[in-house]
Design a protein around this ligand. Structure first.
Ligand SMILES: [Zn+2]
Ligand SMILES: [Zn+2]
Ligand SMILES: [Zn+2]
Ligand SMILES: [Zn+2]
Length: 366
């Protein structure tokens, strides 16, 4: 992740919608690709403080303050609802009549934008349903359906929403945006981390399995992650939740959850790979890498070099966090079995990058 200069000289961050110094509104300019100050032209349009492009706020920014992106105003724009490149991937969004949902949706969108930023720096392909992309990427943010009960009795969940991926659709249970609920689950499942961005990094792994592995290099993938057709997914899942992870999971898997099924192993390894990329990218942008660690080029630097930089940085970041009594930033140990899996993902990302971008991501005018 990068940080951006405001017109006034102050530093702007990826999630900002106003500058704390000059109080200008700010937002992502798709034209010069950065968080920029927005200078009002009229009620609905702004001039980018950096490239002077004429912009309007994404409808989810304007109406709900859950987005901070803008859309370039074109000659055909007629003050209709315009959704940014990130929001145009949404299909189901939280019910805004429910108290607390605006805050949850805001957190979900912020994590989603970070995910898409990382996919973009890697050059990975994806597209919305409106773009005609072969496997459209869709987000459903849904809450459990809870039956109203008489005071004093427990609420009954009529329909439980499971966070997961199916055929390009990533569903996130919006309760994951509640830090208390999420921490409870983290402790119950014995996880080293449980974050919203972590969910996105994991689920997008399933998406890329379908886009880049299925019918393309399944045999190669089986050789590294095990045969996904040999183990029934539902049986493996039930076994995992009833009996816990394989006792020796740390020798072969990036996390306990990864030991459940080859598909989960792939998604967990993909998550760990994206975490490596996003941490190295941020470290470089905020000048945290030492000289000998050199600058990282995700498209050219060999995997071993990336991992070495990441491990060296991870040791320092973990110590910083321990100083403050926080969880380790990089809790994983990268043994030979895990490195082999990460290398497979690295190669796959390279293949994904070279895959012809079938249709460029499009802005939607609804
Ligand atoms: Zn400013
Ligand atoms: Zn601009
Ligand atoms: Zn938006
Ligand atoms: Zn999964």
């Amino acid at each position: 992740m990068n940080i951006y200069p405001c017109q006034c000289g102050n530093t702007l961050h990826f999630e900002n919608s106003s500058c704390v110094n000059c109080h200008r509104e700010v937002g992502w300019c798709p034209s010069c690709e950065g968080i920029r100050s927005l200078n009002p032209l009229d009620e609905h349009t702004y001039s980018c403080g950096n490239c002077q492009a004429t912009l309007t706020k994404c409808a989810n920014y304007r109406d709900y303050q859950v987005c901070n992106r803008c859309v370039v105003v074109t000659t055909t724009w007629q003050q209709a609802d315009a959704y940014c490149d990130c929001c145009s991937l949404n299909r189901i969004v939280p019910d805004m009549s429910v108290p607390g949902n605006q805050e949850k949706w805001y957190k979900l969108e912020a994590a989603k934008r970070r995910l898409l930023y990382t996919l973009d720096i890697l050059g990975l392909p994806y597209g919305s349903v409106y773009s005609g992309f072969s496997l459209p990427l869709i987000f459903d943010f849904k809450g459990d359906v809870v039956l109203t009960t008489q005071a004093g009795t427990d609420a009954i969940i009529a329909e439980k929403v499971f966070t997961g991926h199916a055929d390009g659709t990533i569903t996130i249970n919006i309760e994951e945006a509640d830090p208390v609920e999420r921490e409870k689950l983290r402790v119950d499942f014995g996880e080293s981390h449980r974050t919203l961005i972590g969910h996105f990094h994991h689920e997008i792994g399933h998406y890329y399995w379908q886009l880049l592995v299925q019918y393309r290099c399944e045999e190669e993938c089986k050789a590294v992650f095990g045969d996904h057709t040999a183990v029934d997914y539902v049986i493996a899942m039930n076994q995992y939740y009833q009996q816990g992870p394989k006792p020796d999971w740390a020798l072969r898997y990036i996390s306990a959850y990864a030991s459940m099924h080859p598909w989960e192993d792939f998604a967990e390894t993909f998550r760990a790979y994206l975490e490596m990329i996003t941490i190295l990218d941020t470290a470089e942008n905020v000048n945290l890498l030492l000289e000998e660690e050199e600058s990282v080029d995700f498209r050219g630097t060999p995997f071993d070099k990336l991992l070495l930089n990441y491990e060296q940085l991870g040791i320092k970041l973990n110590e910083m966090n321990r100083t403050m009594g926080l969880l380790d930033v990089v809790p994983e140990v990268f043994n030979a079995a895990i490195v082999q899996k990460m290398k497979f993902i690295h190669k796959l990302v390279k293949q994904g990058r070279s895959m012809k971008k079938e249709v460029k991501r499009a802005t939607v005018l609804a």
